[in-house]
Design a protein around this ligand. Structure first.
Ligand SMILES: [Zn+2]
Length: 782
């Protein structure tokens, strides 16, 4: 600690922050975000002229359990509510992502797919599986409402439907389309859809998605969103009403987006009675299909087919699951009603999912709906399903597929339990983002995954206060330190480390925004406004940024710039703490102080070695009077007079001379911003008397100089130490320089080893099979 004296009247000049011209990090976002429009206004809300197109679907589909294939026929009614005439429509054929000539196959990603230099047996097996399997969606019919064939072109995962005459603004267009494709074996060909085959009993669980031609979105901000599906950027879709008739073997149990319309035709009387009872059960799920019934079914054979009919209003997609292996449990969600009926939380799982799924899945669904609704809006759909299958974690409206299962012997490590609850919360949570707050997934993964992971963690904390396997900002440090990151504001398909980039980083940033910048009240208010404004609409990043600022009353442009547009990271160093004490100018106080300081100086070697030699005055006592022994602490009359004149002058200027006796220590704490990311400065100051306090300095401390800043701290106490980010919640990448005085901490090398950036990208990353065994039970892919 450097100790200096300062004179009261000169103090201000010492404390002023170093000045400099404002730099980019605090520049307003205006140049980086779109100009507000009639569709999206300047406060981040849908504008007066907001529009979005719609697509209603009426589909009949059959699943062939022998050939393991899908064939379907749909009537699509497309509503052009845009102000533009459309001369062609784009339709998504995402299933073509698994076709032989898919782009996704010719651009293997060395970073997360096959290691191109070392091919493992499992990778080889996957390549062989791809050789055998061509998942292309074959279109057998495409006509207008009258049955006249429509000209079209298939461009990989997109289909362009050419219209004979442009579809006018405000007009509808009806077309019919029929298709088929073979379903992929999920274990060998990993996708967000497929079947899982159980060799022990010869049955399959089908978790089916992206299974029908879906309308691409036409938007006010980018026209048609027809960027090819390469496997990462998910789905940009329109809302609509669905009627879907699913024909499956008559011993199957089906879950799907929407409400079942014909329970009488597909469920037994006993099952219908149990369902009725479950509607008033809010504490514990009830079996609709019991484990015994499911076990009996998996030994039997179907006698024919049954058609299950579902209707769903205002959804942006439709997925389903079907199998004869399913156990089914259901419970009403307390406090959640839609059209006067309780929202039903329901789970489907094979006996292999027990005991685990029967304990936690449905409870986790209910907990998710209750917690998310508090942070956003009431759950607007009649049901929420969680289905166990090989797709480790994937979300659709009202239904999601989740992976974790117990070991074969029925035991499971604690980690598997948390993994299941966590993945159910995450995937059910996706109903809010992006199934209802319909952000553009193919452009911006963070808008659904980041926001959803953020609320997921809050929900997990509310499941139990000591939620194990926390994924807080600390686990992000290794990634934030890496030098080959890309900004969060990067298109989904171009982000190699999607997990940390689009899930953990935005979620950690929002947590900092909530806890350390806005505070919970302001943040929660603004976040809820955003969710409500964009419910059943399509927000873009700027709508989120603008709403959060407008509704919280805080300019956050610097925050979005740092966390979303840059690759800076948080690393603040406490460089120095200067100790300033008041110069009282009173010689009676200052002189003894000066002497004491001098006496306390360490002895030099020269002095120490000379010391045995007696002083001259001691050697010649008779000369004692001749020498003037001078006491440095004594006050001379001239010094006293000078001080009295000073006091008199102060009084004349009406300054209270008592100010000179103020007993305060003034410290100047100096920081440098090594990582470059603008951050609040949270300090723990420890005093010599054993007490401590926490100081929260807003990020604006960096506004004049983004590299250096200093803070004046005024206290009666004496500082012993200062710690930056004492709770380690700001994702600071180098703890070593967070302490003044420096303390020994785990070396950077050790930290690197521990914090290897992992890829929690769970939707598509398929671990190697050996890992899969471990991972499947513990780390769901979502
Ligand atoms: Zn997700």
């Amino acid at each position: 600690m450097k100790r200096c004296l300062f004179f009261l009247f000169a103090a201000l000049s010492l404390t002023a922050a170093e000045s400099g011209a404002p730099v980019g990090k605090f520049q307003q976002l205006d140049s980086s975000i779109p100009t507000p429009s009639a569709q999206r206004n300047a406060s981040g809300a849908p504008g007066a002229a907001y529009w979005q197109n719609r697509a209603d679907y009426d589909i009949s589909v059959e699943l062939d359990d022998v050939k393991r294939s899908i064939s379907g026929e749909a009537t699509v009614t497309y509503h052009n509510t845009s102000p533009d005439a459309l001369s062609y429509l784009w339709v998504q054929l995402d299933q073509n992502y698994l076709s032989h000539n898919a782009d996704s196959r010719s651009v293997p990603n060395a970073k997360r797919g096959v290691d191109l230099e070392k091919i493992s047996y499992n990778a080889l097996d996957r390549l062989l599986a791809y050789e055998d399997y061509d998942g292309e969606m074959k279109i057998s019919k495409l006509t207008d409402a009258k049955g006249t064939a429509l000209p079209h072109a298939i461009v990989k995962t997109m289909l362009r439907l050419d219209l004979n005459e442009p579809l006018k603004a405000g007009a509808d267009f009806v077309f019919k389309i029929a298709w088929s494709y073979p379903i992929n074996d999920c274990e060998r060909i990993n996708a967000r859809t497929g079947y899982e085959f159980f060799k022990e009993d010869g049955n399959c669980i089908y978790t089916i998605a992206q299974w029908f031609p879906r309308m691409a979105a036409y938007t006010d901000y980018a026209g048609w969103i027809n960027k090819q599906f390469l496997g990462t950027g998910e789905f940009t879709l329109e809302f609509g009403d669905y009627t879907v008739r699913l024909t499956v073997p008559d011993d199957h149990i089906v879950a799907a987006t929407g409400a079942l319309q014909n329970a009488d035709a597909v469920l037994s009387q006993a099952q219908r009675d149990r369902m009725k009872k479950a509607e008033s059960e809010m504490k514990k799920p009830m079996f609709i299909v019991t484990p015994e019934e499911a076990k009996a079914a998996e030994k039997g054979k179907p006698k024919g087919n049954k058609t299950w009919e579902f209707k769903a209003a205002n959804v942006r997609d439709f997925a389903f699951a079907t199998s004869r292996k399913f156990v089914w449990d259901a419970m009403a969600v307390e406090g959640a009603m839609v059209n006067g009926k309780p929202v039903m939380a329901m789970s489907l799982y094979p006996k292999e999912g027990m005991p685990l799924w029967d304990k936690y899945s449905t409870h986790a669904i209910a907990h998710t709906i209750q917690t998310y609704s508090r942070f956003t809006f009431d759950y607007p759909y009649p049901v929420a399903w969680s289905v166990n299958g090989e797709v480790g974690g994937m979300e659709y409206p009202m239904i999601c597929f989740n992976g974790p299962r117990p070991e074969k012997d029925g035991t499971y490590p604690e980690k598997t339990k948390y993994s299941l609850i966590g993945v159910v919360i995450h995937e059910v949570g996706h109903n809010y983002f992006p199934m209802i707050v319909n952000s553009d997934e193919r452009q911006w993964t963070w808008m659904d995954e980041g926001l959803n992971s953020f609320i997921e963690y809050l929900t997990e904390e509310e499941w139990e206060s000591d939620w194990k396997h926390k994924r807080d900002g600390r686990s992000l440090v290794g990634y934030m330190r890496s030098t080959d990151r890309v900004p969060v504001m990067t298109n989904s398909e171009s982000i190699a480390d999607l997990g940390p980039n689009a899930y953990s980083q935005p979620s950690a940033a929002l947590n900092i925004l909530r806890e350390n910048i806005l505070g919970r009240e302001a943040f929660d208010h603004a976040f809820k406004i955003y969710a409500k404004r964009w419910m059943f609409k399509r927000p873009t990043p700027s709508d989120f940024f603008r709403t959060m600022e407008e509704a919280s009353g805080v300019d956050l442009d610097w925050f979005w710039r740092g966390w979303f547009y840059s690759v800076d990271h948080v690393d603040v160093s406490i460089d120095e703490v200067k100790w300033l004490q008041l110069d009282t100018r009173d010689p009676a106080i200052e002189n003894p102080k000066k002497k004491k300081e001098k006496d306390e100086l360490p002895q030099t070697l020269t002095k120490e070695r000379n010391y045995p030699l007696p002083k001259r005055v001691d050697r010649f006592p008779e000369l004692k009077d001749f020498y003037d022994s001078f006491d440095e602490s004594k006050v001379l009359p001239s010094e006293k007079k000078k001080f009295e004149t000073l006091i008199k002058g102060l009084k004349e200027e009406e300054i209270d001379p008592k100010l000179l006796q103020t007993k305060r220590n003034l410290y100047v704490i100096e920081f440098s911003n090594v990582g470059g990311l603008i951050t609040p400065v949270i300090l723990k100051v420890e005093y010599t008397d054993g007490t401590s306090e926490e100081l929260n300095i807003p990020a604006e401390i960096w506004r004049f100089n983004t590299e250096k800043a200093s803070k004046l701290h005024f206290t009666k106490k004496e500082i012993k130490s200062v710690i930056f980010d004492p709770r380690q919640e700001l994702v600071d990448t180098d703890v070593e320089n967070n302490f003044w005085p420096r303390r020994p901490v785990k070396s950077k090398f050790q930290l690197y080893k521990d914090d290897k950036p992992t890829n929690p990208m769970r939707e598509i990353t398929k671990p190697e099979k050996d890992d899969a065994k471990k991972t499947k039970k513990s780390e769901p892919k979502k």
